[in-house]
Design a protein around this ligand. Structure first.
Ligand SMILES: Cc1ncc(COP(=O)(O)O)c(C=O)c1O
Ligand SMILES: [Zn+2]
Length: 385
């Protein structure tokens, strides 16, 4: 497959050796590649994300655990039907497996034997799992307060775990300093990750009989799902497979919203903020490296930003759990945003959103936040005897 790296800021091209992190001008890199995919090609292929292989710039020796083709299910909130992609059902429990599968396939092709990655947890889990599957060693850097289930998962895959004190940005710096002769398997900087997350768009389009929904409501921390979904729908629209790119509504936690603030102010770059801590740990990104790209993508689709408060996130977490959907708090932020958006949207609109991460990633937090009605009732009943 011929694909090169192209700077999003100055347009300079680079050949990819697995070692370049960004352009000499500081801009983020994207994969420059023309998809040859047509819908007729999927006939008879397995139900995983590799059924869109002509859209993926890698060869035949793929690193896969059967990931992809997550169900797109109607879920009703506030009397309104949303279509929710069940991304918590991936092998490692979050949508990050889309990116990790394609990125590790690419790095394996390049002959990489050791990778470094930094993450709030879930991308680290995904890279550690797919590295293990590919026989590649992994050093995963996470903030010290990352959920224990995620750190346990990373270590179980055999990766070396590094807990970093300080902010999420301190964790990223520690990983960058540790690259040495390894490849930087960053879900943020390495654009092959977005080549994987773009399959979200291909799956949604196929599940809607090769049409695009009116609106996508997606979380935006570093924007790896949002940018992938945008890229996928742009490719599908360019090929004439769908008629339009959906409007993208990006959701941020109100306590950490550098992009929503920039969008509201009409700015092209994220604004500097002093973030407060939020239960939505996965989207607590104060300085998103692809922030300008996220703002441009949302604007290009005629979309906007929604911010959600802690109470709203908790209410959505609880409502999801009480309907049987066990998701992690970060996932509930996107659902809270989708509900806010849906309340003001025309009833005829098709709105697609996602459960991005499994509740088993954060059982202690979910249990503490959602509580148990039954226990309260038993106590109450007991006191009446
Ligand atoms: C469960 C979950 N949802 C959403 C996100 C947000 O992804 P991004 O930071 O790429 O926007 C993350 C990131 O870690 C996550 O773990
Ligand atoms: Zn550049």
């Amino acid at each position: 497959m011929t694909a090169s790296l192209r700077c999003m800021r100055c347009g300079r091209d680079y050949e990819d050796d697995g070692r370049r992190v960004r352009c000499d001008c500081g801009g983020p890199l994207d994969v420059h590649f023309e998809s040859l995919f047509e819908p007729g090609m999927v006939a008879g292929r397995p139900h995983d994300l590799w059924r869109y292989r002509e859209a993926l710039p890698v060869g035949d020796d793929i690193i896969t655990m059967g990931e992809g083709c997550t169900p797109l299910l109607p879920v009703t909130f506030d009397g309104r039907r949303l279509l929710v992609k069940q991304e918590q059902l991936f092998p490692t429990g979050s949508y990050k497996d889309r990116g990790a599968a394609v990125l590790m396939t690419h790095l394996h092709e390049l002959g990489v034997t050791r990778v470094v990655e930094d993450s709030s947890g879930n991308a680290g889990c995904a890279v550690a799992a797919y590295a293990a599957h590919a026989g590649i060693e992994a050093d995963i850097y996470v903030p010290e307060d990352t959920s224990p289930a995620k750190t346990a998962q990373i270590e179980a895959y055999g990766a070396s775990l590094h807990r970093i004190r300080g902010t999420r940005e301190d964790t990223a710096r520690a990983a960058l300093n540790a690259i040495g002769s390894s490849a930087y398997a960053s879900h943020v900087y390495n654009p092959w990750f977005l080549q994987g997350t773009k399959t979200f768009a291909y799956e949604v389009a196929e599940q809607l009989n090769w049409t695009a929904p009116d609106t996508l409501v997606l979380p935006a921390g570093n924007g790896t799902l949002l940018l992938g979904a945008y890229l996928g729908f742009v490719e599908l629209a360019r090929a004439g497979t769908v008629h339009h790119v959906p409007r993208i509504i990006a959701v941020q936690a109100a306590r950490c919203a550098p992009l929503a603030a920039a969008f509201a102010a009409g700015l092209d770059e994220p604004v500097a903020i002093h973030p407060d801590s939020t239960v939505a740990e996965g989207i607590a990104i104060a300085s998103p490296a692809r922030g300008a790209q996220i703002l441009a993508a949302v604007r290009a689709t005629g979309g906007s930003f929604v911010t959600v408060g802690e109470e709203e996130i908790l209410a959505s977490l609880r409502d999801c759990c009480r309907q049987g959907w066990f998701i992690e708090p970060t996932s509930a932020a996107a659902i809270a945003g989708a509900r806010t958006y849906a309340r003001a949207a025309a009833p005829s609109q098709t709105i697609v959103t996602a459960f991005t991460g499994h509740g088993l990633k954060a059982t202690d937090k979910v249990a503490g936040l959602v509580g148990s009605v039954e226990e309260e009732e038993v106590d109450h009943a007991g006191s009446n005897v």
